[in-house]
Design a protein. Structure first.
Length: 284
């Protein structure tokens, strides 16, 4: 019998992320299992074989697996050592929106949204996955960033899985492009007004009458940085202005411009401007 350990790294209305470690007692095939939800599973180390009713899938770090909740499967480990994976559970409406760009019929089968068993795990996706895990393991409490990184991973994984099978999303019309630009500008206005307060992707999307997945994808495409980084820069530039005007209490300044702590603010300031806030104040 396999030893399975699971650790939840993040949970929000849009996505849950957890690390799963499996150490089987033998290479024999497991009993029949069902996924607890419609999940993206990223093997990070080791190898296992997923035995489905009509096919088998070799799972290693070069692939991402798609688990439909209603489909039974078994697992075997032909290579000793077991496996380590990161599992993403997206909200059903997020999954439908991401996948329906390539397969509109997904809206008619909400319980089995994934048309494929697996797809490639491209270099950018692997880097995003490890970036997100590192942020979450070290206690970074920026929920907006975690949600955006996870949604970008979903977007890229869906695109790659369909692209290798010759399927592409519909092209945008000119009118759609104009609507996208208007959406970006509305989002920038919301961020400019509310950057000092905690913001979730859901709250921002609601303010501009969009879905979180659509907003994150459109904003990243047009502005070339994600929303959380744009927000981050607004906060840091506001802090820089306050420092230039003589602000001296770094903890209060950090809280005033939207950072959770003095240390988080100081680290972000140094990364953005290549100078510590205390040093900047001394040279002013």
């Amino acid at each position: 019998m396999a030893q399975v350990h699971s650790r939840t790294l993040f949970h929000s209305p849009l996505v849950s992320v957890r690390d799963v470690c499996c150490r089987p007692a033998s290479s024999a095939c497991s009993g029949e299992e069902y996924s607890s939800g419609n999940q993206l599973v990223f093997p990070r180390a080791g190898l296992f074989v997923q035995h489905l009713p009509r096919t088998q899938v070799v799972a290693d770090p070069n692939h991402v697996l798609f688990f439909n909740a209603d489909v039974p499967y078994r697992v075997s480990h032909p290579v000793p050592g077991g496996d380590d994976c990161t599992v993403f559970d997206f909200a059903p409406d997020v999954l439908r929106e991401a996948l329906s760009r390539y397969d509109p019929s997904v809206r008619d089968r909400p319980h089995t949204p994934f048309p494929h068993t697996h797809g490639p795990s491209a270099p950018r996706v692997v880097l995003l996955q490890q970036l997100l895990r590192r942020r979450l393991h070290f206690g970074n409490d920026d929920a907006l960033a975690a949600e955006e990184i996870a949604l970008e991973m979903l977007d890229r994984v869906a695109a790659d899985a369909h692209c290798v099978r010759g399927l592409k999303p519909a092209r945008f019309r000119h009118a759609t492009e104009q609507a996208h630009r208007s959406l970006v500008q509305a989002t920038q206005a919301v961020l400019g007004e509310r950057f000092r307060t905690p913001l979730s992707l859901t709250a921002i999307a609601r303010a501009v009458h969009s879905s979180p997945f659509h907003l994150a994808r459109v904003f990243r495409r047009h502005v070339e940085i994600p929303i959380h980084r744009y927000l981050h820069r607004l906060r840091l530039r506001a802090a820089l202005e306050c420092l230039a005007d003589g602000a001296g209490d770094f903890t209060q300044l950090a809280l005033d411009v939207g950072f959770a702590s003095h240390s988080h603010f100081t680290e972000a300031f140094r990364r953005e401007f290549d100078i510590a806030p205390s040093h900047f104040r001394r040279v002013m």
